[in-house]
Design a protein around this ligand. Structure first.
Ligand SMILES: Nc1ncnc2c1ncn2[C@@H]1O[C@H](COP(=O)(O)OP(=O)(O)OP(=O)(O)O)[C@@H](O)[C@H]1O
Ligand SMILES: [Mg+2]
Length: 322
């Protein structure tokens, strides 16, 4: 459904252009739930935005980007508007920042339908049905509410209902549960998973939580400093890591169940693509670093069946990571 090849996003910095997303390639299939995971600043949101060319002013985007055969980078202004309005949908960490407080819930959901020429009455009916689909118990009352009358979890459900109104081919969910309490997080996640199942939706799910991603996603892409450093089936990545960064992310987090082992934070601080050193961007924080890691840029390559890693030493250190 979605095919991204060698995508680079550069932003102006100190009179030059610097990459925040650096030659990223991946795919999301129909009905596939793909997790994009990494620490703050790694370029997850920028990658997400680049898929619908919603980038900051002055940004430069290169590479190739296809959505079900459409060359997204070649789209005209109208084509792009159409892509954003009807073929893709995005939900965000903070739903309140993305709603108009003066609009009632049903307006938010039915507006895109009205733009497609659907009558007011039918649009409202569709809105009520969508609110029911995302588990809202009293959809009529919710439809007539204003955003500030709803809890964060309810509002995120409304955003998801709004995203689905246009029946998108691709859903981009940028940390949709990060601002919510744990119980609501679980509810929102199960709604997203149901959608994937029932609607055959291609979903790119962004999170900084690798363990959550390993439970909910089909496949995981691990991002560091603007690059994908590891990828594979979610359960496989969780069971065995082929990049020291992924390994570090999992060791730095308490397990959801089972015995608690000692937590080991990754030393140093994460860098964004803007500040990435040459060679492997993770080298300054890596316990396995060797001079060769800092020499040239390191590409993602097969590490095992269905698995890729951007670590040059992976064959040597795989057993230590295991
Ligand atoms: N509008 C902008 N102008 C300039 N730089 C930006 C802009 N937005 C993001 N950046 C920079 O781009 C880099 C990647 O940011 P991005 O928002 O994609 O990270 P992220 O992985 O989504 O992080 P987080 O987990 O905090 O959301 C960061 O260094 C950030 O400071
Ligand atoms: Mg982000």
């Amino acid at each position: 459904m979605l095919q991204v090849r060698d995508m680079t996003v550069k932003l102006p910095r100190d009179g030059n252009m610097a990459a925040v997303v650096n030659e990223v390639s991946f795919e999301v299939g129909r009905g596939e739930f793909v997790g994009l995971v990494g620490e703050s600043g790694s370029g997850k949101s920028m990658t997400a935005r680049s898929l619908i060319r919603l980038l900051p002013r002055g940004a430069e985007q290169r590479g190739s980007l296809e959505l079900d055969g459409t060359d997204v980078l070649a789209l005209s202004r109208t084509g792009l508007r159409d892509l954003r309005a009807t073929r893709t949908a995005m939900i965000f960490q903070d739903p309140r920042a993305h709603v108009d407080p003066l609009w009632r819930v049903h307006d938010h959901i039915s507006e895109p339908l009205r733009q497609q020429g659907i009558s007011r009455r039918e649009a409202r009916q569709r809105a009520i049905q969508l609110l029911t689909d995302v588990g809202i118990a009293d959809p009529e009352r919710c439809a007539d509410s204003y955003p500030d009358q709803l809890s964060g979890g309810m509002l995120q459900r409304v955003m998801i209902a709004g995203a689905l109104a246009v029946e998108p081919e691709l859903l981009i969910a940028d940390e949709p549960t990060t601002a919510l309490d744990v119980t609501t997080q679980v509810e929102i996640m199960s709604i997203l998973m149901e959608l994937k199942r029932d609607r055959d939706l291609a979903t790119l799910f962004i999170t900084h939580d690798l363990e959550l991603a390993s439970v909910v996603c089909d496949r995981i892409l691990v991002m560091y400093a603007g690059k994908i450093v590891e990828s594979g089936a979610a359960a496989d990545v969780f069971a065995r890591q082929f990049h020291p960064y992924t390994h570090g992310l999992l060791r730095a987090r308490p397990p959801l169940s089972g015995p608690r082992s000692k937590l080991e934070a990754i030393p140093g601080t994460p860098v964004s693509g803007l500040d990435a050193p040459p060679g492997c961007p993770f080298a300054p924080r890596c316990s396995w670093v060797k001079p060769e890691c800092e020499r040239a840029s390191i590409e993602l390559r097969p590490a095992a069946p269905g698995r890729e890693s951007a670590c040059v030493r992976i064959e040597e250190i795989a057993d230590e990571l295991d």
